[in-house]
Design a protein around this ligand. Structure first.
Ligand code: NAG
Ligand code: NAG
Ligand code: NAG
Ligand code: NAG
Ligand code: NAG
Ligand code: NAG
Length: 468
């Protein structure tokens, strides 16, 4: 008989509680927590104003949405959790079916007025509509927001740069007397959780998130919690799209030394390559902010290569000028040669007419020519002389044809000869131009190599400084 009674009692107690105080509204009624209860929403929830409200902050970085170097803007997507204690809230969960937390609209309770110093634009999305209270009086608000914040970018090492952006949380009006702000996560936790939750990182690689608590030294100052987000740029695309093309243009410029200096091709080729670098420089100008006080290495790289190419272009112009000087003298020489041969031709023609009658005069003329070319006609002629007149004219025509051919041969030969002569003993300015070309090429290659080494060492160094 005892056992069923005990069971009945158990059933009764277990059955009565749920029916009577088991809804969230019962909890709120118990707390007298209604929308226009001034006790909760008007003032800081402490029974003695001398108690500061401890506010605990937790920040998670969910995404790096954008980094605009030009505008010095950093746009992360963050999740913030703020916790504090409300001294008016407390209940016994045993009286309310074990309910130990209740969600309610955010406007019902007082909230700390936290802001982010770097924020330049209010988030357009409405904040989370609910907060959670528990039986001990702890209140928790969670919020996710897209932060548009300013961040001073160090672009000296661009695109091998590491950026650190601060998010400084503090109260707008409350001093340390009212609100003590503290981070509830340490740096390693914040980094770990952010890394786990990271959705997208844009062109960046999230490195870590350092939490710094700046405690107010006196009661009229404010506590500030600073989250420093450090990230590294993924530079591969910049190397492929920017550094490599410029390097290729430099190689093209180097290879243009193989183009002959005569004619304007070399000049126009170099100008084209120079213009290509200018286009890339324009693109660079759009990426980098003009506010940097130190000239970024990439700008130095660009302008340095541009200057080197300009130098080589100038050298080409000088060399071409020298060659021009020489070609004028060569022209004179050629003219002289031509006139000489023309004279000779005239003489020969005149002699050829005489040749019908007089043999020795033709020989005389032939002897003016180069021995190798004029020997044959001289020898042929005596045979022709013995024949009759009709045969003679025939012979004469054949001879003229032959002599024409010979003349052509002679021309090519003389050209060849003159060419060989040039190689052996060129005009003075061509010699100088060739020397200048050779010396400049060695100088150019040396300077380019040195310049590139210095720039890349600098880039590397800068990286090392950041890492240590
Ligand atoms: C239910 O809550 C009200 C108000 O707090 C209280 O007066 C009442 O005793 C509670 N009922 C039970 C069964 O605990
Ligand atoms: C609840 O609040 C109302 C008005 O805000 C007040 O009149 C009433 O006395 C309060 N009840 C309790 C139990 O505090
Ligand atoms: C809120 O209460 C439910 C059950 O009552 C529990 O599962 C949950 O963990 C509680 N949440 C917090 C934040 O305490
Ligand atoms: C970011 O915060 C750290 C830690 O307080 C500070 O040393 C650094 O100067 C801040 N950087 C900027 C850009 O404000
Ligand atoms: C951060 O907090 C976790 C747990 O609270 C602890 O294990 C870890 O040692 C702390 N790290 C630092 C750097 O304080
Ligand atoms: C700031 O104050 C909190 C307690 O209020 C303490 O735990 C923390 O170590 C203090 N930080 C510094 C840097 O003094």
């Amino acid at each position: 008989m005892m056992l069923p009674g005990f069971l009945f009692l158990l059933f009764l107690t277990d059955g009565v509680y749920p029916e009577r105080n088991c809804s969230y509204q019962d909890v709120l009624n118990h707390l007298n927590l209604t929308k226009n209860n001034e006790l909760y929403s008007m003032s800081r929830p402490v029974k003695n104003y001398k108690h500061p409200t401890q506010v605990y902050l937790e920040v998670l970085l969910y995404a790096i949405l954008d980094v605009v170097e030009k505008d010095q803007k950093f746009i992360p997507y963050v999740w913030t959790v703020v916790r504090w204690h409300n001294e008016y809230i407390s209940w016994d969960p045993n009286e309310f079916c074990g309910i130990n937390n209740v969600s309610l609209p955010t406007e019902v309770l007082w909230k700390p007025d936290l802001t982010i110093e770097e924020m330049t634009e209010k988030d357009k999305a409405p904040p989370s509509p609910y907060l959670t209270i528990n039986d001990k009086g702890d209140v928790e608000v969670q919020n996710d927001q897209v932060l548009v914040s300013t961040c001073m970018m160090q672009i000296y090492k661009f695109p091998f740069d590491i950026q650190s952006c601060n998010l400084s949380f503090k109260s707008i009006i409350h001093t340390a007397r009212d609100i003590r702000l503290q981070p509830s996560d340490n740096s390693s936790e914040a980094t770990e959780w952010s890394r786990e939750g990271m959705r997208t990182q844009y062109e960046w690689l999230f490195i870590n998130m350092i939490v710094t608590a700046n405690n107010a030294s006196n009661m009229v100052d404010q506590d500030i919690v600073i989250y420093t987000i450090t990230m590294k740029r993924r530079s591969v695309l910049y190397i492929v799209n920017f550094l490599a093309p410029i390097m290729f243009f430099l190689c093209l410029d180097l290879s243009s030394f193989l183009i002959s200096d005569s004619g304007g091709e070399k000049l126009s080729f170099k100008v084209t390559v120079l213009l290509a670098v200018t286009v890339l420089q324009l693109i660079l100008n759009e990426i980098l902010p003009s506010s940097s006080n130190r000239i970024p290495l990439i700008a130095l790289y660009c302008i340095g290569i541009f200057a080197l190419m300009l130098l080589s272009l100038l050298e080409t112009i000088v060399v071409m000028h020298l060659m021009e000087k020489d070609s004028a003298c060569e022209d004179n020489d050629a003219h002289k040669d031509q006139s000489l041969s023309e004279d000779c031709n005239k003489q020969r023609k005149a002699n050829l007419h005489n040749c019908h009658g007089e043999e020795h005069k033709w020989t005389e003329c032939a002897c003016i020519y180069d021995v190798s070319t004029s020997e044959t006609p001289c020898e042929l002629l005596p045979v022709a002389k013995e024949d009759n007149s009709s045969k003679l004219t025939e012979e004469y025509h054949a001879l003229e044809k032959l002599s024409d051919e010979l003349r052509e041969m002679e021309k090519t030969l003389s050209l060849l000869l003159s060419n060989r002569k040039e190689g052996e003993k060129p005009c003075y300015w061509t010699k100088v131009a060739k020397k200048v070309n050779r010396v400049f090429f060695i100088f150019y290659v040396t300077v380019v190599t040195l310049f590139l080494i210095i720039i890349f060492v600098q880039w590397n160094n800068a990286d090392g400084v950041i890492a240590t």
